[in-house]
Design a protein. Structure first.
Length: 315
C-alpha cells in the first residue's frame, strides 16, 4: 500500500492545481501529472480581469505561477509526464495510470483535470500555414505582428479578448464572425466597437487561408449573399471553441456527445473513484473561477472516497 497513491490528479491547470492544493493540505498521498507546464490555458491569457482578489486584473502566467507556488508550498508533488491511459479499478485492485514511458502509477482515486484544446476550422491552408501566420494563441504570437494586419476568426469571449490584445501590436484587426451578433460578454463587445484598430466582417465564414510560405490573407464567404472575397492579412488567429481532452477516460466514464465528462455536484464521474473538474467537465461556465471551485470539490470528494475505502472516514 505504500506505493499506492491516495489521489492522482491528471492535468495542471487551475482546476488541477486547486485540487492538488486541497489534497496536499489534507495530507493525502497525492501527485499531480502535467504533460507540459503547470498553469493550463491561463498561461496563454494576457489578462485575467474576473478572478476575485485582483481589482486591476492579473496576467495569466502570473496567476498560474502563484497557484503552482501555493500548491507546492503545501507539499504537492508535481511530475512532468504524459498520461496515455487509465486502467479501471477492479476486484480490490487500484486504478492504474499508464504513462507514456511505460510506467504505471497505482492510485485509489483519480481526478481528471485535463482541460480542453482549441478547435480548428479544417479549411485549406490552415494546417499548412500553422506557425507561419496561423495561430491559436494571441499572447504567444501577437508581438510578432507589430505594425501588421491580422484576422481573428470567432465571436466569443476569447475571440474579442484576444482581438483587443492583438490591437496593441497590429495596425488593423479584422474580426470575422459567422453571425450578425457576438456571444461575447457585453463589456468586451463595447471595447471592441470602441477600438479604432478593430474592424468587423459579420455574417461571414472562413473558406481558405491564403498564402504559400506564409499567410497572405483569408478567403471568406458572406452567408447571406454568398459573395466571396479575400481579406489581406499577415496573420490569422482562430478562436472557435474548444474540445475536451477526455480521451484517456472516454471509454470508462460517461460523457456527453461532445466528449465532456458528466459528473454530479461532488465532481464524481459515472465510475466510483474517478472525479472530473475544469474545462473537461460538462458544465455551464468555463472560467478560471469555476475551475478552481470544482478542483476544491473534487479533492474533498476524492479524500472522502479514499477514507471510506480505508475505513477511516470521519462521521
Amino acid at each position: 500500500m505504500n506505493n499506492i497513491h491516495d489521489i492522482v490528479i491528471i492535468g495542471g491547470g487551475p482546476a488541477g492545481l486547486t485540487a492538488g492544493l486541497y489534497a496536499a493540505r489534507a495530507r493525502m498521498n497525492v501527485s499531480l501529472l502535467e504533460k507540459a507546464m503547470p498553469g493550463g490555458q491561463i498561461l496563454i491569457t494576457d489578462r485575467v480581469e474576473n478572478f476575485p482578489g485582483f481589482p486591476d486584473g492579473v496576467s495569466g502566467p502570473e496567476l498560474g505561477a502563484l497557484m503552482e507556488k501555493q500548491a507546492l508550498h503545501f507539499g504537492l508533488s508535481i511530475k512532468i509526464c504524459d498520461v496515455s491511459g487509465v486502467v479501471p479499478a477492479s476486484s480490490g485492485k487500484p486504478f492504474g495510470i499508464k504513462l507514456s514511458d511505460g510506467n504505471i502509477l497505482q492510485t485509489l482515486s483519480v481526478i481528471v483535470a485535463t482541460g480542453a484544446g482549441w478547435n480548428q476550422l479544417g479549411i485549406p491552408g490552415e494546417k499548412e500555414l500553422t506557425g507561419r501566420g496561423v495561430s491559436y494563441c494571441a499572447t504567444c504570437d501577437g508581438p510578432l505582428f507589430r505594425g501588421k494586419e491580422v484576422i481573428v476568426v470567432g465571436g466569443g469571449d476569447t475571440a474579442l479578448e484576444d482581438g483587443l490584445f492583438l490591437g496593441k501590436f497590429a495596425k488593423k484587426v479584422t474580426i470575422v464572425h459567422r453571425r450578425d451578433r457576438f456571444r461575447a460578454a457585453r463589456i468586451l463587445q463595447e471595447r471592441a466597437l470602441a477600438n479604432k484598430n478593430v474592424e468587423f466582417c459579420m455574417n461571414s465564414i472562413a473558406l481558405e487561408v491564403i498564402g504559400k510560405n506564409k499567410v497572405e490573407g483569408l478567403k471568406v464567404k458572406d452567408v447571406k449573399s454568398a459573395d466571396v472575397k479575400e481579406i489581406k492579412a499577415d496573420g490569422v488567429f482562430i478562436f472557435i471553441g474548444i474540445t475536451p481532452n477526455s480521451e484517456i477516460v472516454k471509454t470508462i466514464v460517461k460523457t456527453d456527445e461532445k466528449g465532456y465528462i458528466i459528473t454530479g455536484d461532488d465532481m464524481n464521474a459515472s465510475v466510483e473513484g474517478i472525479f472530473a473538474c475544469g474545462d473537461v467537465r460538462k458544465k455551464l461556465l468555463r472560467q478560471v473561477v469555476t475551475a478552481t471551485g470544482e478542483g476544491a470539490s473534487a479533492a474533498v470528494s476524492a479524500q472522502n472516497y479514499v477514507e471510506r475505502l480505508k475505513g477511516i472516514e470521519y462521521k
